[in-house]
Design a protein around this ligand. Structure first.
Ligand SMILES: [Zn+2]
Length: 304
C-alpha cells in the first residue's frame, strides 16, 4: 500500500502570503505524490539552507564552488558540523498550490462553475450551495489578514485553509476548516457530508435553534459525521498506543472498533439506523476510516 502523504506542512503554512517551503520539509515520495496531485510545485533554488544533519540549526547562505572538472558543488557552513556538502533538494524550495485544494472542494460541493479568484491564491468566491435547506454563498480563503477588509466575505460559508483568527471573520460567516473535511485515498478527497454537518453545526450556534424540526436526512448526516469523528479518534488513540508500545518494545495489539450494539448505545440510536448510516451513499469517508481502523498497518500510517 502506498502511504498517504503528510499534508501538515500545507496547512501549517497556509496563513502565510506566498509560502515557499524547503523541499526537505517533505519526503521525496510525498513531494512527488503532492506534485502529481497539483498541490505542490517546484519553487526553484533558494539562497539559504539548513544543515541536513542539524534540522534545528539556523539556515545559512548556500555557497557554490566550481570544481576543476567544471562541476559545481554546493555547501553550507554549519556551527556544529562545519563544511557540509548539500544536495540540490537541500536548498530547493517548493510552494503549496492552494488552488488545487479549492478545485477539489468545488467538485465535492457540486458547484456549477469553477471558483472565481478574488485575491490571487488567497480568496475564492465559489458560488452558492444549499446547506440544510438554506442557500448560502460559499467562499474559500486563507491568510485573511493579507486581504483588504473590504474584500473579505461578510456572510455565507467560508472554507478556511490553515489558521484564520476569529477576529478577522464577520459575524455572519460560518467557518469550516478544510483540514477537518478532507482525507487522502489515492488522492485528496473532500467529504461533502462532513462539510454539510460542519456548516449545520456552526449555523445552529450562530442562528440559534431552528423552529423547524430537523429532517430525517439531516439526522442521518449528523450520525455519519459523529461516527466518522468517533472512528478517527479511535484510530488516533490506537496509533498513539501502538507507537508507545514499539518504543518500549512491548507487544501491541490493535483494539477492534466496538460492535454495532455498543455503538448504537453510544450514539443513542438503533442498530438499523447505524447500518443505514454505514451503507449510505454519502458515507465515503466513514467507510474509509472504518477500513483503516481494522488494519494495524494502516492505523500506524494514518495521517488524518
Ligand atoms: Zn550540522
Amino acid at each position: 500500500m502506498k502511504r498517504s502523504p503528510d499534508l501538515a506542512p500545507l496547512w501549517r503554512n497556509a496563513q502565510f502570503h506566498a509560502p515557499t517551503l524547503p523541499a526537505t520539509d517533505f519526503s521525496a515520495d510525498d513531494r512527488q505524490v503532492l506534485e502529481e496531485a497539483g498541490l505542490l510545485r517546484d519553487a526553484g533554488v533558494g539562497a539559504f539552507a539548513r544543515c541536513p544533519h542539524c534540522p534545528d540549526a539556523a539556515a545559512g547562505p548556500v555557497e557554490h564552488e566550481t570544481l576543476p572538472d567544471g562541476s559545481t558543488r554546493h555547501f553550507v557552513l554549519c556551527a556544529e558540523c562545519g563544511f557540509v556538502i548539500l544536495r540540490r533538494e537541500h536548498f530547493s524550495g517548493c510552494a503549496p498550490a492552494y488552488g488545487g485544494i479549492v478545485r477539489r472542494l468545488s467538485d465535492a460541493l457540486g458547484m456549477a462553475r469553477p471558483a472565481e479568484e478574488i485575491e490571487p491564491s488567497l480568496l475564492w468566491k465559489m458560488g452558492q450551495a444549499g446547506f440544510d435547506g438554506k442557500t448560502r454563498h460559499v467562499w474559500a480563503g486563507r491568510a485573511l489578514e493579507q486581504i483588504p477588509e473590504a474584500k473579505r466575505p461578510e456572510a455565507g460559508v467560508l472554507f478556511t485553509m490553515g489558521f484564520v483568527p476569529e477576529s478577522l471573520l464577520h459575524r455572519d460567516i460560518i467557518r469550516v476548516p478544510v483540514e477537518d473535511v478532507c482525507f487522502w485515498d489515492q488522492g485528496l478527497q473532500i467529504d461533502a457530508i462532513l462539510c454539510e454537518a460542519a456548516v449545520a453545526a456552526s449555523a445552529v450556534l450562530s442562528e440559534g435553534p431552528k423552529r423547524k424540526a430537523p429532517s430525517k436526512r439531516a439526522g442521518r448526516i449528523n450520525l455519519i459525521a459523529r461516527l466518522t469523528r468517533y472512528i478517527q479518534n479511535h484510530i488516533r488513540s490506537q496509533q498513539k498506543w501502538g507507537l508507545e508500545c514499539f518504543k518500549s518494545n512491548t507487544l501491541w495489539k490493535l483494539a477492534p472498533l466496538p460492535g454495532y450494539r455498543v455503538l448504537a448505545g453510544l450514539f443513542d440510536t438503533s442498530i438499523s439506523n447505524l447500518s443505514k448510516a454505514f451503507n449510505d451513499k454519502d458515507a465515503k469517508m466513514l467507510v474509509f476510516v472504518r477500513g483503516i481502523a481494522e488494519d494495524e498497518e494502516k492505523v500506524l500510517d494514518y495521517r488524518g
